[in-house]
Design a binder for this molecule. Structure first.
Ligand SMILES: NC(=O)c1ccc[n+]([C@@H]2O[C@H](COP(=O)([O-])OP(=O)(O)OC[C@H]3O[C@@H](n4cnc5c(N)ncnc54)[C@H](OP(=O)(O)O)[C@@H]3O)[C@@H](O)[C@H]2O)c1
Length: 256
């Protein structure tokens, strides 16, 4: 898979990326079936397989339980990997808590550097909730991340948004935007177009509608070939699924 530039300051990343929610969190998720967290050995094998298949981006967050710490322990020292993480949301005792104050963002970035075992973080996104536009426009969250980018602590700054107005705002002010786009949710497509128009990166979250998607190969093929999409972030802890997804993406890219 040819790598793609994730926005003006972002790294080169594979068009298929690995979503890390299921690496560390089982509660409060919307997957169709319950699952057990992979063992350390299973997760190491999954990441090694992904690397051999040409995937170099993994997405995680402090809100994904032990995901960040596990990724850091297994591949933090491996230069092959680009790691995207987030700030603003934490998940404890079954509940999400949001804090986008500058102090909380700085502390979260510091914790992520330690857990991921990286001095410089490749990508940090604001992990926004329903009030995404207000957080972006009114608070100091984005400016705090941009300061950290200027200080060299973060390479690329992004926002994982929910609403179209927030997506538009992030497309202007960030290096990249993370949006939901799948066959049953096309609402964020205008954000994709807006970000593409200004050469910003776009990561697709929930590309398989968190496991509720029917034609998986077709959906991934379509998304990865969509103009403006930098990488499609698929959450899987199943090596067979990873191989199938990668094969579908490679076939689609080869046919362009
Ligand atoms: N607010 C945010 O910033 C936000 C929100 C949601 C997601 N995300 C990011 O985006 C990533 C992807 O979203 P997501 O994990 O919610 O959902 P998703 O990628 O749309 O779907 C993941 C589900 O699809 C299943 N799956 C994957 N490949 C499959 C295949 N070939 N055949 C059958 N089932 C398959 C997985 O199960 P198996 O494990 O069994 O393969 C998993 O249950 C997350 O992991 C996270 O990194 C970010």
């Amino acid at each position: 898979m040819d790598l793609r530039q994730l926005g003006p300051n972002g790294p080169l990343v594979s068009p298929l990326a690995l979503g890390g929610t299921k690496f560390g969190r089982r509660e409060g998720v919307k997957y169709p079936t319950s699952f057990t967290l992979p063992s350390d050995g299973e997760l190491a094998d999954l990441l090694q397989l992904a690397k051999e298949l040409g995937i170099n981006l993994v997405d995680t967050a402090p809100a994904y339980g032990t995901s960040e710490a596990r990724i850091g322990a297994l591949v933090g020292a491996d230069d092959h990997w680009r790691i995207a993480t987030k700030v603003g949301e934490s998940f404890t005792e079954g509940k999400s808590f949001f804090d986008f104050s500058p102090a909380a963002i700085r502390a979260s970035v510091e914790n992520s550097r330690q857990r991921l075992r990286r001095d410089v973080l490749d990508v940090v996104l604001l992990h926004l909730g329903d009030d995404d536009e207000a957080i972006l426009r009114e608070g100091a969250a984005l400016s705090t991340l941009l300061e950290l980018r200027e200080q060299g602590v973060i390479k690329a700054v992004g926002a994982s948004t929910k609403t179209v107005p927030a997506g538009f705002f992030a497309a202007q002010g960030c290096d990249l935007v993370m949006i939901t786009l799948n066959e049953s949710d096309q609402g964020q497509r205008p954000v994709l177009e807006a970000a593409h128009a200004v050469n910003k990166g776009i990561l697709i979250k929930k590309p398989l509608d968190s496991g509720h998607q029917g034609d998986i190969g077709g959906a991934l093929a379509n998304l990865v070939c969509t103009q403006g999409v930098t990488a499609v972030v698929v959450g899987t802890i199943n090596p067979g699924h990873l191989q199938e997804n990668c094969a579908a993406v490679k076939k689609a890219l080869a046919a362009i």
